[in-house]
Design a protein around this ligand. Structure first.
Ligand SMILES: *Cc1c(COP(=O)(O)O)cnc(C)c1O
Length: 394
């Protein structure tokens, strides 16, 4: 029972037909995860292609604005393709290559994980199919075109509500029928074992770099870490390195959307009404109604709009390792504008949820303390939507 478990969370809740591929993937990951050549290869692409290490930037004006602890930003927004998702996509495509697969597939909601997957598929000359709900394709035309430019085939999914959860089911179905040559790149620290562990390991480079960089920047002092949580990959990548450091207080910020009512937010851990259940192959917390049906969640930010959360976060929540909190749409948009004006950095709306938590945290901090916020992505993709929210014609 302990295989792929985080406390009582995680596991492999999948149809029998998928078990052989998961077993094959698990064996390959076990074989390569500590293999010096694999790790050197990954490091090479992180450095030469993605742009690692990312900066740990001292936000001096933002620090003055709040007048408390020193604020640093971990600049994942500066990576190639504009967000942390490339860390995981590169890791998984390198593993797929070693497994002898020549085709990768992915599911995508807003299109960001689809773009990251299409990017690495182009780089490694692999055939790429991205499953996307027809409704999402209509909403995210620009990302659909990006994927096509990158040589991927975007497969419209018209079952169910024609959104992410249906695209995920379709991707799994396709995978089960093409196990010989296909690897399925899951985009967050979710899904059946070994994905939550593997994705966490690929994203943990964020926290390891923070630990190194904070030595130069602040003599190693670190009091608070903040990251936003959708499926939870940038957050687990930020927190994992510090999981045993009790003096580093960790905050995972979920989307509180437009209010606490069921279906108006995407809070899976910070909502008192949420309970554990099974979603996408793992036992974790998820947004569900009284009958245990998964409900459609809402956030202004497409990347946080997911009804589940990675199983390791469920464990961290229960053990109190990380505190999970909610930030609503308005608070996120205010923080988005504040960072633009104070620092000349346009953050992703997802990352703006993490930034917005500073409003609540900073009044209780002292000047000699240090806080690091992970800026998971850049906001170019969100400018049009923010203009609309602010009532601007562009
Ligand atoms: C996808 C995305 C997220 C949410 O995903 P996690 O797996 O929770 O990290 C957050 N920020 C950005 C910029 C994203 O693209």
């Amino acid at each position: 029972m302990s295989k792929g478990r985080f406390g009582k969370y995680g596991g492999q809740y999948v149809p029998e037909i998928v078990m052989p591929v998961l077993t094959e993937l698990e064996a390959a990951y076990e074989k390569y995860k500590n293999d010096p050549e694999f790790l050197a290869d990954l490091r090479k692409y992180y450095v030469e292609y993605a742009g690692r290490p990312t900066l740990l930037y001292y936000a001096e004006k933002l620090t003055k604005h709040y007048g408390g602890a020193k604020i640093f930003l971990k600049r994942e927004d500066l990576l190639h393709t504009g967000a942390h998702k490339i860390n995981n996509a590169l890791g998984q495509v390198l593993l797929a290559k070693r497994m002898g697969k020549n085709r990768v597939i992915a599911e995508t909601g807003a299109g960001q994980h689809g773009v990251a997957t299409a990017t690495v598929a182009a780089l490694f000359g692999m055939d790429c199919k991205v499953f996307m709900g027809a409704v999402d394709m209509e909403r995210q035309k620009l990302n659909v075109f990006r994927m096509k430019l990158l040589g991927a085939e975007v497969v419209p999914v018209t079952t169910g509500t024609s959104t992410l959860k249906d695209a995920t089911s379709e991707a799994i179905r396709y995978w089960a029928a093409h196990i010989d040559d296909t690897h399925y790149i899951i985009g967050s620290a979710v899904g059946p074992h070994p994905y939550p562990t593997m994705v966490r390991d690929f994203q943990s480079v964020i926290g390891r770099e923070i630990r190194e960089q904070i030595k130069d920047e602040a003599g190693g002092r670190l009091d608070y870490l903040i990251a936003c949580v959708g499926g939870g990959s940038n957050a687990i990548g930020t927190f994992y390195e510090f999981r045993n450091d009790k003096n580093v207080k960790k905050f995972g910020v979920e989307a509180a959307g437009r209010g606490p009512a069921v279906g108006d937010n995407a809070q899976t851990l910070s909502n008192p009404a949420s309970r554990p259940g099974v979603l996408h192959g793992a036992y974790s917390y998820l947004a569900q109604d009284d009958d245990g049906q998964v409900i459609e969640v809402y956030s202004i930010s497409a990347g946080l709009d997911y009804p589940g959360v990675g199983p390791e976060h469920a464990m961290f929540h229960e053990e109190g390792v990380v505190k999970y909190v909610g930030i609503n749409d308005k608070e996120a948009i205010d923080a988005f504008q504040l960072l633009c004006r104070e620092e000349g950095i346009i953050p992703a709306v997802e990352s703006s949820h993490a930034l917005a938590y500073l409003e609540k945290l900073m009044p209780n901090t002292k000047k000699d303390e240090v806080v690091v916020v992970t800026l998971s992505g850049r906001g170019d993709k969100d400018v049009q939507q923010v203009a609309k929210v602010l009532g601007e014609e562009i």
